[in-house]
Design a protein around this ligand. Sequence first.
Ligand SMILES: [Zn+2]
Length: 165
Amino acid sequence: MQAAAIAERDGWWCWLCGGAVDPHAPKDSAVRGTVDHLVPRSRGGGNEPGNLRLAHKRCNVQRGSHLPELQWPREWPMLMTVHVWTALARLAPRPGTAEVVALAPLGDLADDAAAWVVERAEAFVPGGWEAWTAPDPAGPVAVWLRRPADAAPGVTGRPKVGDPG
Ligand SMILES: [Zn+2]
């Protein structure tokens, strides 16, 4: 499927940044429309139309083979976050095991982060994820994540070496 065909299907919008894509941008332009894979090929994503999106060349390159839906929101001033995919890869096959996936400076932010990470985990590896926060009067608020002990073991797909946290 060509970028133009995806653009005809979805509109001339970059799915990564939401910006308009100019159909007449020159071939070497950073804002030219390119075909991006929702699930990267390096993670087992295919060329079926449902896995293809239109993206600016620069946004596509910047994203590389990361799963953008698994990146913590950048605007959150977290004290610590683990790499989401790596945490899911550890926890999915081990129901009942919990780990701290983030440290937040405030309880409200920790609550938001707990809701966010459950939603992302469910979208990626469905199956009863739960998160909770553990406030410490002396310090940050931890966000814990696990699948219940009676959940079926899940898998997250292939790991990729060199993923940033
Ligand atoms: Zn873009």
